[in-house]
Design a protein around this ligand. Sequence first.
Ligand code: CP
Length: 315
Amino acid sequence: MNYISIQDIDNLSEWVQDALKIKKNPLKNKKLGKDKTLGMLFFNPSLRTRLSTQKAALNLGMNVMVMNFTSEGWTLEFEDGAIMSQGASEHIKEAAEVVSQYCDIIAIRAFAGLIDKEKDNAEMVLAGFLKYATVPVVNMEGCTGHPLQSLADAITMEEFKTPHRPKVVLTWAPHPKALPQAVANSFVEMMQKQNADFVITHPEGYELNPEITKDSKIEYDQDKAFENADFIYAKNWSNYIEYGQITNADTNWTVTAEKMALTNNAKFMHCLPVRRNVIVTDEVIDSENSIVIQQANNRTYSAQLVLKKILKSIS
Ligand code: CP
């Protein structure tokens, strides 16, 4: 069993309930991971993913090895048949097979480069490990998805669920750096599995990959989208059509108290890290409706559920 995409979840509501059970008693399966090792390979920085996944593994009694691959590992070649006379020192084939001998599960973070859409959509690093690793692989945020985050988001939304079918809004917000679409993509895929009135709002031209958004509702008027919303999920992403470019920095899209006042007393969500007073004002993120800290806490139980399922599949 691998965990690469939200599509690897067969029954989201069952997974969410299982994660909430783990949260109540996180050390219950402390023996399940005995003598098993999680190898975490980071090609990009992290705070939450690194610590929460490590904590999840420790809660399951696993050993954990962490490597910042970009600064500490050899530069990898991914092309089969490459003549490695330049740059890269090691082929993914050996690297993945070797790491598989040291680890029972390999977890990988490898962001989009945001230069070559086709290359990013091919998920070169994840796909390379999936092809050559001989143990299960977990996606800790690839080029196009962040399924551990969106599973944590689903857990958090269940904890703050409304008595009625909720209106959930994914809103684009401005950011000074070009960011990948991964978090937004997985959130959309997760919401497509929920019984909710789901709306995506962003400036025209900022459409996500239509193969992911499918028939999800898109509303270009942010104020209209916010009306009666129960959850506001803010995230920046760079332009998918003019790939990796920042073509809009309109600060009118920042989530403010005035915008939140249009909602049905909505909870505010963001995966973090967040740029205060750019994505969201201090007033909103510091309000009692902000659930970003609870969301980050649920990263542990999202990861622990995934690791538990994988450990059971290999034991
Ligand atoms: N949300 C999230 O993945 O945080 P990190 O990038 O800090 O891991």
